[in-house]
Write a protein that binds this ligand. Structure first.
Ligand code: MG
Length: 309
């Protein structure tokens, strides 16, 4: 376990989110015309926010991290309570499935039941977004045991995103992050995630995306479908020569730029460490100090029970 890499996961996530927010929903060629590559924290965007403002990606990852620290591991009921309080504050950026699942939780459904009910209401094509992938990286810092890490990542995803493609993507992302934080290189981390996906009988599509990530066959789509985000973020994070290059590449793709940036930032942060995150970015992101502290708290947890889903 390397402390700079652990801090890099959460600081990297927030910086990727904030860097991508102003160009969310834009086309890559429009971004290229207006900005070249996105290398500075910009103001504006769809929600007209100051430079360095984070979105729901960081907001929810923060709540997951705070809950893991407070509960010494995953307690899905505590996470759901925190998500509910966050939504009650009327955040400017909320995913549809997340809103729907939290509404059901507020109406009395248990956390796992809320996610399942929200999923059952959705037609194929709208039920496997990246809304849990973007907030999953804190589990990778809390759980060293790979089996418990997988169980926690899957159970926490299922509060809002119960589709097996979503839960398996969270498991795979957390495994890659954990292997990197523990010192593996990108190829070894991906191989471990692929082995884990096979062992857990993850959907074939998830295994296919992991098999092509960081390879020339990667498709690198930038929409909100969880498998596209997983593949693109892993590829950018694991093939770049620096943290900055990884995140700038992901964000400059446009589309769901804040979330692809957040996931890429978490993985690249695990690979390159917090010291590799540019100061001109962290200086703009108000959450950086708390995220550094949470990363240190998470890696010092010793959850001795199984995750409470
Ligand atoms: Mg967002």
């Amino acid at each position: 376990m390397n402390d700079s890499r652990a801090a890099g996961v959460l600081v990297g996530l927030a910086c990727g989110d904030a860097l991508g927010r102003p160009v969310e929903f834009r086309q890559s060629d429009t971004i290229a015309r207006e900005h070249g590559r996105v290398t500075q924290m910009l103001a504006g965007g769809t929600y007209g926010k100051p430079a360095g403002t984070v979105t729901d990606d960081t907001d929810l990852a923060l709540r997951v991290a705070r809950s893991l620290v407070a509960c010494d591991g995953l307690d899905a009921a505590d996470v759901a309570r925190r998500f509910s309080a966050w939504l009650a504050d009327d955040p400017f950026d909320v995913g549809g499935l997340t809103r729907e699942a939290i509404r059901r939780y507020d109406e009395g459904a248990a956390p796992a039941e809320a996610g399942r009910a929200a999923l059952e209401d959705r037609p194929e094509g709208q039920n496997a977004g990246n809304g849990s992938l973007m907030r999953c990286p804190p589990h990778a810092l809390a759980y060293e045991d790979r089996g418990r890490l997988a169980a926690a990542a899957a159970a926490e995803s299922a509060i809002t995103h119960a589709d097996p493609r979503c839960t398996a993507s969270c498991v795979a992302c957390c495994r890659v992050v954990r292997e990197l934080v523990d010192g593996a290189d990108g190829a070894a981390a991906l191989a471990a995630a692929l082995r884990g996906a096979r062992d857990r009988d993850a959907p074939a599509e998830v295994r296919e995306r992991l098999a092509v990530a960081a390879e020339p066959e990667a498709r690198l789509a930038n929409g909100g479908f969880v498998l596209d985000t997983l593949e693109t973020a892993l590829t950018d994070a694991l093939t770049a020569d620096s943290f900055e290059e990884a995140v700038v590449t992901s964000v400059s793709r446009g589309g769901d730029a804040d979330t692809v940036g957040a996931v890429c930032g978490a993985v690249a942060g695990a690979r390159f460490g917090a010291d590799a995150v540019p100061d001109r970015w962290t200086d703009r992101v108000a959450e950086t100090t708390e995220l550094r502290g949470l990363a240190a708290d998470l890696v010092s947890l010793t959850p001795d029970g199984d995750p409470r889903g």
